[in-house]
Design a binder for this molecule. Structure first.
Ligand code: SF4
Length: 414
């Protein structure tokens, strides 16, 4: 049986596809690169934004559906199942946490857990490892929750096995991921700090760990539980992705984000007090229902005040079925565009100023991705992207930083 798979969305979704591919391979399925040549088509969808949903629906329309089994999985399977059925009446639909159902649809056994199981890794130098699925949040704008549900943490032993297998397989960068790494272990009596300690104690070799996104409420707790101590280990990137979403407390309450702007300030200040050059990434949604210009400005000012060097900006989009989609005071798309442009410019200024600090210094850098024109992109210990000419991928090199740009650095080998 020949299968074709198309994967969209976050790292967790990519790992889902890697595990599904391993299960299909061990059942004798052959992967093909053209949907037209496949007996089985799997579309692993994302439903994070309106634009993404529109793209998923157009893939459902366009992918060939005659004479093959057409399977839709991923978050859209739980967010808009009726719409999928309308566009593809014969589609088999199962969400990311309905693998019993998906296993029956595919006719192959799928694992109950997503750590410590066979996975066909698609990147040569890095490995993504899922540590838990779901979260503890009830954010009013989010549809991911419909698919990923409440948190289920995977056993530390299974996660350590996945990390060790990846490192022994030559991967130098391990990306620990989930909808909220900060909530890890809350359901099994452990936490992210203990997990990181266990990985570092049990897995030998030269590698680096990138800890994925954690929510502010859990970051506040974890810092008190020793998070910054375990981050002292040189194998952990001094990179913290903590989505704040808004710089205004009234909007955070409407979003049902369980923290205040001051909590976020405290987290960033404690991180930077311990690691002055740590890279801090955050996410901001502009144009949440009823957000005034003044409230939006508080988000832009927060980025400047705390010198947030990595920023993911989203224009609020109303996803069917979410509480926020039914709220009054929806902001116009022109206004969202104006706010997105304003905060992007503010961030580029902050990014340039922050990155200047690295110039003239040398950092042990992992060369991890291919860039343009023969360049490679490395990551310093702060997970700062550095463009370097003519070097081998997958190696650590001492890189002297020659130039700072708003979103990355340029450097050369010493
Ligand atoms: S924490 Fe909030 S935004 Fe994140 S997946 Fe959970 S409900 Fe969605």
């Amino acid at each position: 049986m020949r299968y074709y798979i198309e994967t969209y969305g976050c790292v967790a979704n990519k790992v889902d596809s890697e595990i599904i591919m391993a299960a299909l391979k061990s059942a004798g399925f052959e992967r093909v690169n053209r949907a037209e040549d496949a007996d089985l088509i799997i579309l692993n969808t994302c439903a994070v934004k309106e634009k993404t949903i529109a793209h998923m629906l157009s893939r459902i329309r366009r992918l060939p559906k005659d004479g093959n089994k057409f399977v839709v999985t991923g978050c859209l399977a739980n967010v808009l199942p009726d719409k999928i059925r309308e566009l593809a009446p014969n589609a088999e639909i199962a969400g990311p946490r309905e693998w019993n159902k998906l296993s029956k649809i595919l006719g192959v056994p799928l694992p109950e857990k997503k750590a410590g199981v066979p996975q066909i890794r698609t990147e040569p130098n890095l490995a993504s490892v899922v540590i838990s699925e779901g979260c503890t949040g009830t954010c009013t704008y989010c549809a991911t929750k419909f698919a990923r549900k409440y948190i289920t943490s995977f056993r530390p032993g299974d996660i350590v096995r996945s990390v060790r297998e990846a490192v022994e397989g030559g991967r130098k960068e391990i990306r620990l991921t989930s909808q909220d790494t900060g909530a890890y272990g809350i359901d099994i009596g452990t936490n992210l700090v203990e997990l990181l300690g266990e990985i570092l104690d049990s897995v030998e070799g030269e590698y680096r760990v990138r800890v994925g996104m954690m929510n502010v409420d859990h970051a506040v707790r974890l810092i008190d539980e020793g998070l910054l101590d375990v981050f002292e280990d040189p194998r952990i990137y001094k990179f913290f992705h903590v989505p704040v979403q808004s710089g205004n407390d009234r909007i955070l309450r409407l979003m049902q984000r369980n923290y205040s702007v001051d909590d976020f300030r405290e987290v960033v200040r404690k991180i930077r007090r311990r690691f002055p050059l740590a890279s801090v990434a955050t996410d901001i949604i502009v144009g949440f229902p009823t957000e005034t210009w003044e409230e939006f400005l508080e988000s832009a000012q927060l980025i400047e005040e705390l010198k947030i060097d990595v920023l993911n900006i989203s224009r609020y989009s109303a996803i069917p079925g979410t509480v926020a989609a039914r709220m009054k005071g929806q902001v116009s798309s022109n206004e969202k565009k104006r706010r997105s442009k304003y905060i992007t410019e503010a961030h580029l200024r902050v990014g340039k100023e922050w990155n200047e600090q690295y110039v003239g210094k040398t950092y042990k850098t992992l060369l991890i991705e291919r860039g343009h024109h023969g360049a490679v992109i490395g990551r310093t210990e702060h997970y700062k992207p550095v463009v370097v000419q003519g070097e081998e991928l997958g190696e650590f090199r001492d890189i002297y930083i020659t130039e700072a740009l708003p979103l990355f650095l340029r450097g050369k080998t010493e």
